[in-house]
Write a protein that binds this ligand. Structure first.
Ligand code: SF4
Length: 214
């Protein structure tokens, strides 16, 4: 591993600035037009590609428009509709359970606090973080497989557990960047810093990255 001359917070600021310049349009890749759709899409995205989720939700959101629609969905019909995203029984159950609680406790509107989001059945911290960040109220930092890998390679954490990685990142990343930061790492991870073959020779961060091979 290379050692960097600048301190980690300073290096992080440079990395965020560089990636924001390169990926000026980095956003959430899951298609949605409201918080409920984002919540459903994020539940479906576990162990599934965003493209597959977008294909499924294009039809799903035409049929189920409100939290009540999802809460009242016929279980087998909903399972069939989300089948191709994998783990479809659990995902359909989570969607119906979360929607039912949204109807019962929140008047049909997706709640905005982390505590309330985490009380929704089937909603874990990553999903709650995705939803709160997209609503302009990030209360943590999304840690998915790309954020985890790049945070380790870039020397922001030595942890393996996503909750501990998030804790390290929340200490380092300025709060105003909590929503943007994971998008930048996800976009860079998909395009350059591949899991098996990172393209360090083409990477705009290779002078700032302790794992650079060039
Ligand atoms: S220099 Fe290599 S390891 Fe570091 S972020 Fe770039 S591609 Fe990934």
């Amino acid at each position: 591993m290379k050692s960097s001359k600048s301190s980690t917070p300073e290096r992080l600021r440079k990395i965020v600035r560089t990636l924001a310049r390169v990926y000026g349009d980095a956003t959430c890749a899951l298609h949605h037009s409201n918080a409920l759709q984002l919540l459903v899409a994020t539940i479906l995205s576990a162990q599934c590609t965003d493209n597959r989720v977008n294909t499924v939700t294009a039809e799903l959101f035409k049929k189920y428009r409100t939290a009540k629609d999802f809460a009242d969905a016929d279980p087998e019909e909903l399972e069939a509709a989300v089948r191709s995203t994998g783990f479809f029984r659990n995902k359909a159950k989570s969607i119906r359970g979360a929607a039912a609680r949204i109807v019962e406790k929140h008047g049909g509107e997706v709640p905005s606090t982390m505590e309330e989001l985490l009380e929704l059945p089937g909603v874990a911290r990553k999903t709650a973080n995705v939803v709160s960040a997209e609503r302009g109220n990030a209360q943590g930092i999304v840690v998915d497989t790309h954020v985890r890998r790049l945070s380790q390679r870039l020397g922001f954490t030595r942890q393996e557990d996503p909750v501990k990685i998030e804790r390290d990142l929340m200490r380092l990343v300025p709060r105003e960047d909590w929503a943007l930061f994971p998008h930048l790492l996800i976009w860079h991870g998909r395009r350059v810093c591949d899991a098996r073959r990172p393209r360090c020779e083409d990477c705009v961060l290779n002078d700032l990255c302790p794992s650079s091979r060039v």
